[in-house]
Design a binder for this molecule. Structure first.
Ligand SMILES: NC(=O)c1ccc[n+]([C@@H]2O[C@H](COP(=O)([O-])OP(=O)(O)OC[C@H]3O[C@@H](n4cnc5c(N)ncnc54)[C@H](OP(=O)(O)O)[C@@H]3O)[C@@H](O)[C@H]2O)c1
Length: 308
């Protein structure tokens, strides 16, 4: 079985494809044949050592934590109804590998009929973070939220969740993704690569900012136009806001029940997964470079075991 391994803090190009044996099944485990894993900024930040203070890791380590796959074997303490079911899940000890021995029963979810495994996999590290940010924001009815990084994996879900719950949104993204943002329910759009003065936007309505871009320079430009807003960032740990504004960084998780709710929203087509591209896991370096170098349009996935 092959896995993608980080052995240093030298970044994307130092990743290695290694062959290792499949760990033996134990009573609590479900063996999953991996089909998709999401390519996340978290992985790249970990590969360059930028998260060492927030989330220290031991090297060498298998990259990634989210996965989508098919259950092929279950230990005697796991339900046999899982066998051959499509599932998504979280595997904290590394998901970018062809087989996963899933040991976290609360974080393994059966994908409902009608939802593709690729779409479901985008919930991990995308919709979950968006839902977490929405809950943290404690919005009042009719409030308007400005979202930076709106065309990324988290942002594309956050815009849809805001729309679903009846909040107003002002999405900030690259010009090339303007149309995508419109289809996701953004009521107002700022193209960050054009001067703000040329764009007809009602900044006065904004009461909250959710920052997913993590650029202090971008926040400086935007918050200069805003009143006493609350800024919540998932991407920047520190930022000095204007005196009449507040800033909080948040990092956290949602509950297993929340994941099931998100899967139901995909099944009922209240939410839609935006998949930017799919590349084989052997092209992980290319996939991660695309995450850095291309303007985002949802989630990049890497694929495994697609030929069987
Ligand atoms: N705290 C938590 O619990 C948590 C959980 C999940 C994610 N995160 C963080 O949340 C952030 C978003 O994650 P993601 O998966 O959505 O990432 P992503 O798909 O890479 O999207 C990032 C978005 O930010 C935009 N951006 C980056 N730098 C920018 C700049 N200087 N000016 C304008 N826009 C900029 C990108 O714009 P372009 O498309 O134009 O490049 C892109 O749309 C990441 O920092 C991630 O690490 C935190």
């Amino acid at each position: 079985m092959q896995a993608i391994m980080q052995a240093s803090y030298q970044g994307i190009d130092a990743l290695k494809l290694i062959t290792q044996s499949v760990a033996s099944l134990n009573p609590m485990a479900a063996r999953v044949e991996t089909r998709y894993t999401p390519v996340m900024p978290y992985d790249i930040l970990t590969e360059t050592g930028q998260l060492q203070r927030l989330r220290p890791v031991k090297l060498p380590r298998v990259v990634g934590y989210g996965f989508g796959g098919i259950v092929r074997e279950v230990g005697r303490l796991r339900p046999s109804r899982l066998l051959n079911q499509p599932v998504i899940g979280i595997h904290l000890s590394g998901s970018h590998q062809e087989q996963i021995l899933s040991m976290l029963p609360p974080f393994l979810f059966t994908v409902p009929a009608g939802v593709s495994l690729a779409d479901a996999t985008t919930l991990i590290g995308g919709a979950d973070a968006a839902y977490f940010a929405l809950k943290q924001s404690r919005l009042q009815p009719n409030e308007t939220v400005l979202v930076t990084g709106a065309n990324g994996s988290v942002g594309t879900y956050l815009l849809q969740l805001l729309h679903l719950f009846g909040y107003h949104s002002l999405a900030v993204g690259h010009t090339s993704r303007h149309d995508l943002l419109t289809t996701l329910g953004a009521e107002q759009i700022v193209d960050y690569d054009r001067p703000l003065v040329q764009q007809k936007v009602n900044f006065a309505a904004v009461s909250h900012v959710v920052d997913l871009a993590g650029s202090p320079a971008l926040l400086d430009r935007l918050t200069a136009k805003l009143g006493p807003v609350r800024i919540l960032s998932l991407a920047l740990q520190d930022y000095r806001p204007h005196p009449h504004q507040t800033f909080t960084f948040a990092s956290g998780a949602i509950t297993p029940r929340d994941y099931r709710w998100l899967l139901t929203q995909l099944a009922e087509q209240n939410l839609r997964a935006i998949v930017q591209e799919k590349l084989p896991f052997t092209a992980i370096k290319t996939a991660q470079h695309h995450l850095l170098d291309h303007h985002a349009a949802g989630r990049i996935l890497v694929t495994y075991n697609q030929e069987v």
